[in-house]
Design a protein around this ligand. Sequence first.
Ligand code: NAD
Length: 484
Amino acid sequence: MPEVKAYWQNYIDATWTDGGAGRIVVNDPSTGERLAEQALANAGDVNRAVVAARTCHETGVLSTMRPAERGRMVRAMGDYLLANVDIIAEGLCREAGKPLWEAQLELEGAARYFEYYGNQAETLEGRSIPFGKGYYGFTTYEPYGVSAQVIPWNCPLEMAARSLAPALATGNACVVKTPELAPLSSAHIAEAAEHAGLPRGAVNILCGLGREAGEALVGHRGVNQIVFAGSVPTGMSIASAAARNVVPCVLELGGKSAAIVLPDADLDELVSSVRWGIFFNAGQGCSAMSRLIVHDDVHDEVVQRVADMAGSISVGPGVDRPHFGANMGAMISAAQRDRAEAMCREAERQGARAVVGGRKLNQPGYFLEPTIFDGVTPNMNIARDEVFGPVLSVLKFREDEEAVHIANGTNYGLVGGLFSADVARAMKIAARLRVRQVFVNEWFANSVEMSFDGYGKSGYGRGKGRESLWNYVQAKNIAIALQC
Ligand code: NAD
């Protein structure tokens, strides 16, 4: 595998630039060793990026461009990523600790956002509003102006693409703050913007510390709209910053998502879904299937089968796991891995039983064993708090009502799942789940086209789907009094 470049700069006002706050070392999670250095932006860099984006917006070079043309450019960004999939995915695999095939999948997902929203650019049509003889009224949609986007480390490319693509397609100039734990690959998005011919200042990509560059960005008076994906405490702080400047904000936060297994479920499909649901990206996904609520009649068989599957997963460096299969990479950092392991110890103290896993691997790198806890009850912390690691909690139920109650019993409400051959029964339960997406008989049965946000502390504002476009535009009504 080729060497990762030793030093990565930020991209501000169409210029590759060093950071006012110096550099940050990025480690390879699969070895714990230094991988590269990334320029760190300070508040001055953030200010330059926002000014560049504002200038781009105010000249109208992006906002008044013919939407079809903007759409072509957005699509071309995705094409650039796909054309460079090998090199970009290898870098992502190294900096985020993912198996290579997962990194490729993430890159393809990012490219798909650029394709989807590029195609949507020319579909944003207003309507005419009848309000009587002598008047002509109609609606148009205008970009907000400068969109500030703060990105988490778990899927840095895909998450940046999720907000950047619709923001650009609707004509906003963007400043993207990349995550300090996995910032490197985002530079390729800036290259993609250059390659696609986006105007100067339309795309600014910088890394900086949350407390420094992140706060400077979301509190900047030149920002008109904010998108954040990350943890609940940071989301609350960003929502407060947005409120102080009276700008809208989209929050995509955490989850503690549950799959309910009815007695007639197809257990082969279930086991395959558990494999994806909790072990993809080492469980570091907002929509991870972190709870399995299983009917008493099939509980023992389900626990046995998912434990066998978890025990068969090969855990180790992502570069040695290039192909799709029963394998898993590292967690992002020693701190995240140790936090997850501490939550496993606490679960045991509270009476849960680790059927498999629960410990870090005795080797370099930030690895945690694929873990299944049985005997979990709804009041335990492991049943309520997001681990953000490869840890599944199994709970039992007898009546459907009880399953719904357990599933809805956390502060979150991102996604949920149901496994049953009885569609009518599944639909009844689905209607009662306080989540934004319900997967029936396959976890992650969703796509870019389906909108997404959350109930409760999982956030608000539509991400994905056509609905996401409305985050980035203001509606303007124009009424003409006809003189004749
Ligand atoms: P985090 O909140 O620690 O950091 C996210 C980003 O916010 C980083 O870029 C960080 O630098 C920045 N940041 C931190 N403090 C800031 C501040 N005060 N002001 C401005 N920016 C600040 O989250 P994380 O650990 O990177 O990500 C994991 C969390 O993200 C999990 O809870 C996960 O569920 C959630 N997530 C949600 C979605 C979704 O779509 N709902 C998607 C991905 C991740």
